[in-house]
Design a protein around this ligand. Sequence first.
Ligand code: F6P
Length: 543
Amino acid sequence: MTNPTQTSAWRALQTHYEKIKDVQLRQLFADDPRRGETMTAEAAGLYLDYSKNRATDETMRLLLQLARECGVAERRDAMFRGDKINTTEQRAVLHIALRAPRSVQIKVDGADVVAEVHAVLDKMAAFSDRVRSGEWKGHTGKRIRNVINVGIGGSYLGPEMAYAALRSFSDRSMTFRFVANIDGAAFAEATHDLDPAETLFILSSKTFTTLETMTNAATARKWIVDSLKSDASVAKHFVAVSTNTAEVKKFGIDTANMFGFWDWVGGRYSMDSAIGLSNMIAIGPANYRELLAGFRAIDEHFQSTPLEKNLPVLMGLLTVWYNNFFGAQTLGIMPYADNLRRFPAYLQQLQMESNGKHVDLEGRHVNYLTGAIIWGEPGTDGQHSFYQLIHQGTKLIPCDLIGFCQPLSPLKQHHDYLMSNVFAQAEALAFGKTPEELKAEGSPDFQTPFRVCEGNRPTNVILAEKLTPRALGSLVALYEHNVFTQGAIWSIDSFDQWGVELGKVLAKRIIPELESATEPELKHDSSTNALIRRYRRLRGGAR
Ligand code: F6P
């Protein structure tokens, strides 16, 4: 493995950074009138304009050299081959197999995983058709009108995000909801207006041991059984998506109604595995296959396009540039599509669980920054709340602005207004407003300093034709491989998530301390002890 800071590209980038750190985008655009056309790349219907970044041709040349010295392409090839690149868990990383065509073979420990993927996809399609057509009936003989996905993290964020994104392709006669939080309010809100006899639960959990999901699953079981007055109702109202057959059986679900996936699919990379079952029921198997085709198109692009025209590589390298040389801590994700409202949350897990790592592949503490903080909201909403800080604050916040040329609604004028804001924001952030311009426009002198926008705020603009299943698949795969590129540069394991374990263990220890009738002897620190005591005093009522 390569420590990126020991490469000659890194050292050259440090020197180069000192030279160009104050260069203005205004200057870069004036020097090269074609910049806005040349600093672009396109694949699978996604157009990336990265010209409004604080980068020159030399910057890109050095970043690409960094990718070569860090072996990004070799690491990518190892992933596509099925090598166990998730070294801390000794696992292959093969979400790319989830969208590989039937004709492709990828072997893990001698078995062709693509054949297994298609067997599950076929089973999902048959089940989805039965639910959508009304052939699959609930225990009382009523048809299923409501589908609730119970899952958290990667077993929730992808399906919820994709459902919102693709609602206009979904069966509008059905209701789809997503319960993740262990806060009982989530379950209560999701079910309060539904008829249990018409409700199907999809229990989605890779491990089938996650506290939140198992607690909500047990509550769902009780809700169904109490209402339908029969344990046998479980068979018609629950299916499972998991890798853990034994636990699924223990819950009482017939494994004929279980949809499997594999340890080589990370939770946050699983939205196009059986974890997407609720999405397939919503949009139908044909649209779901379009979604997979969109993923596949970017996989092929990532695998075969030279690095200098490779969208995920370019985006990943620019994130490294801001993160490690400018010291930018965050990356804003601003989809100009209301249906992509949950996309920033989805990308938060994808990027922060993948690249929030403090040791390299050999377990040594890194001496450089890793994963950026990901956040965002749809435009134009964000413009009326936090964009002020991006435009005039003191922090450098690179942003990805994502837009679509065609609307999903017939309200075409709305769409022109929406998209005018994508272009306007990228322009305003890059070029700002000078005191001279303000003066010329008649701004009173006393206001000028407050109205100046310094500009030089970097953005990527991603444009696609329309938010279709195919486009969504491509967009998600773009970010998956972008995250991969960053992780490869930083020499970290982007596919484990040990950091989430400690909190889970401590919560399990605290549960009995909250549940016990009499106050237990508390052996935490003084703060935790005091908080537990206060909670016990004020929570009211017995459990
Ligand atoms: O706690 C983090 C995590 O392990 C995620 O990586 C995962 O997506 C989520 O929990 C849910 O896990 P599961 O699908 O096993 O319930």
